[in-house]
Ligand binder design. Structure first.
Ligand code: PMP
Length: 381
C-alpha cells in the first residue's frame, strides 16, 4: 500500500502508452533534419505545448526542458543570479525551501552574494512583512516554493509576487510539489521562473522544466550544442519529455476531479489519525496540497514508524524529504515552523495518489495506531 507520493510517483500507464513510441520508432535526434529526427522534434514541441498549457505560460518558447527539478532550480537561481550580477548581488529564499534551492543559494553566497532567509509561520506560510523588508532593489532572485512537500502548505504566491516585484527583481517558484496537483498560472500568479517536474505528475523521471518569462535573462549552466534556446545543451531525452507532456495534459484534465477525491481521503485520514494519543498535524489544517498529510507523534522516531509500517504492514510512508533522509538531522522545514529537535524527529508524511482509495483507510489507521503504541512501549521500557 503505497502512500509516499511525495518521494516518488509511478508512471501513469497512459503516459507509458503514449510515450513508448519515442523509445522505439520516433527515437531520432530532434536536431536531425531527416524524417525520424523531425518526428522526434514534433514530439518535443508537442510536449512543450502541453506543459505551457498546464501553467498558462505566454508561449511554448518560455518552457525549457531540463533533466530534473534540481537542475531547473539551479538554472533558475544560479543562472539568473550570475547573468544579472550587474543589477544586484542579493538572493533571498524562505526557510522551508527544498535542498535543491537552499544549496544553490549557499553556493552563490560562497561566491560573494548576500543570501537572506525569510522565516515562516508555525503553519509554514512565508512571513510577508519580513519578506517585504528583506527583498530590496538589488535582490536579483527570490525563491519561494508554491507548496511545501513536507508540510503541505500552499504559499500565497500572488501576494508574494506583488511584494517581490515592488521591492526587488525576479521571483522563482519551485512548483515541483504543486504542478499537476493544484492550478498554477504563471501569468495570474506573477511568476518569472517556475520549476516543475515530470515524476511528480506521474511522468517518467529524467525530465523536468523551467518556465522562463519572456525577457528574463538567464545564463546557461551547461554550455554545449545550444539546445533549449541555448539554456540547456544536450540531446533531448525525448521519451521522458514526451511522457512529461502527456502527464501534464492528463493532470490538467483530471485535477478538478482528482483534487477533491484526494481531499476527501485526506480528511478521513486526518479525523482518524488525530484520535491517536499525542498525535499532531504539522502544517495548516486548510490551504494544504490535496491529499497531503503530515503528522508528528510525541515520544517516537519517524524512522521507526516508517520501517515498522513497511515491514509489519506493507505500508510505505516517509518521515521527511527523501532527498535528506540520508542524514539523521531533523528536517529544516520542521525546525523552521518552530518545532523542537525531539518533536521534529517524530514526523510522518502520507501522500495518497491515484491508486489509493477510501477503502484502505481502516487498515492503514489501525496499522499506524498499533505501530505508535508498540514503539512507545519499547521507548518506555
Ligand atoms: N523540489 C521538491 C519540492 C521536491 O520534492 C524534489 C524532490 N522530488 C525536488 C525539488 C528535486 O527533485 P529531483 O530530485 O527530481 O531533482
Amino acid at each position: 500500500m503505497y502512500l509516499d507520493h511525495t518521494s516518488a510517483v509511478p508512471v501513469d500507464e497512459r503516459v507509458v502508452g503514449f510515450a513508448s513510441r519515442y523509445l522505439i520508432h520516433d527515437f531520432g535526434n530532434p536536431s536531425s533534419l531527416h524524417s525520424v529526427g523531425l518526428e522526434a522534434k514534433r514530439g518535443l514541441e508537442d510536449a512543450r505545448g502541453k506543459v505551457k498549457e498546464l501553467i498558462n505560460a505566454e508561449s511554448p518558447a518560455t518552457i525549457i526542458f531540463t533533466g530534473s527539478a534540481t537542475e531547473s532550480n539551479n538554472l533558475a537561481i544560479r543562472g539568473t543570479a550570475l547573468r544579472n550580477k550587474k543589477a544586484g548581488t542579493k538572493v533571498v529564499s524562505s526557510a522551508i525551501e527544498h535542498i535543491s534551492v537552499l544549496n544553490p543559494m549557499k553556493e552563490l553566497q560562497k561566491r560573494g552574494y548576500t543570501y537572506d532567509v525569510v522565516p515562516v509561520s508555525a503553519e509554514g506560510f512565508v512571513d510577508i512583512d519580513v519578506l517585504a523588508e528583506t527583498v530590496t532593489r538589488d535582490t536579483v532572485v527570490t525563491s519561494i516554493n508554491y507548496a511545501n512537500d513536507e508540510i503541505g502548505t500552499i504559499e500565497r504566491i500572488r501576494e508574494i509576487s506583488r511584494i517581490v516585484h515592488e521591492n526587488g527583481q525576479y521571483l522563482h517558484v519551485n512548483a515541483t510539489a504543486a504542478a499537476g496537483r493544484i492550478p498554477v498560472d504563471v501569468q495570474k500568479d506573477g511568476i518569472d521562473l517556475l520549476t516543475l517536474s515530470s515524476n511528480d505528475m506521474y511522468g517518467p523521471r529524467g525530465a523536468a522544466a523551467l518556465y522562463v518569462r519572456e525577457g528574463v535573462k538567464v545564463q546557461t549552466l551547461l554550455p554545449g550544442g545550444g539546445q533549449e534556446r541555448g539554456l540547456r545543451s544536450g540531446t533531448e531525452n525525448i521519451f521522458a519529455i514526451a511522457g512529461m507532456g502527456e502527464a501534464a495534459a492528463i493532470a490538467g484534465q483530471e485535477m478538478a476531479s482528482e483534487g477533491p477525491r484526494l481531499r476527501k481521503i485526506a480528511d478521513a485520514y486526518l479525523r482518524e489519525i488525530l484520535t491517536i494519543e499525542d498525535a499532531h498535524l504539522t502544517g495548516p489544517p486548510a490551504g494544504r496540497l490535496p491529499g497531503h498529510l503530515s503528522f508528528r507523534f510525541d515520544r517516537i522516531e519517524g524512522e521507526s514508524i516508517l520501517l515498522n509500517l513497511d515491514t509489519a504492514f506493507g505500508i510505505q510512508v516517509t518521515t521527511g524529504s527523501a532527498c535528506s533522509s540520508r542524514t539523521l538531522e531533523p528536517s529544516h522545514v520542521l525546525l523552521a515552523i518552530g518545532l523542537k529537535h525531539e518533536e521534529a524527529h517524530g514526523s510522518m508524511i502520507m501522500m495518497p495518489g491515484r491508486s489509493n482509495t477510501l477503502e484502505e483507510i481502516p487498515y492503514v489507521v489501525d496499522a499506524v495506531r498499533k505501530t505508535v503504541e508498540r514503539l512507545r512501549l519499547i521507548t518506555a521500557m
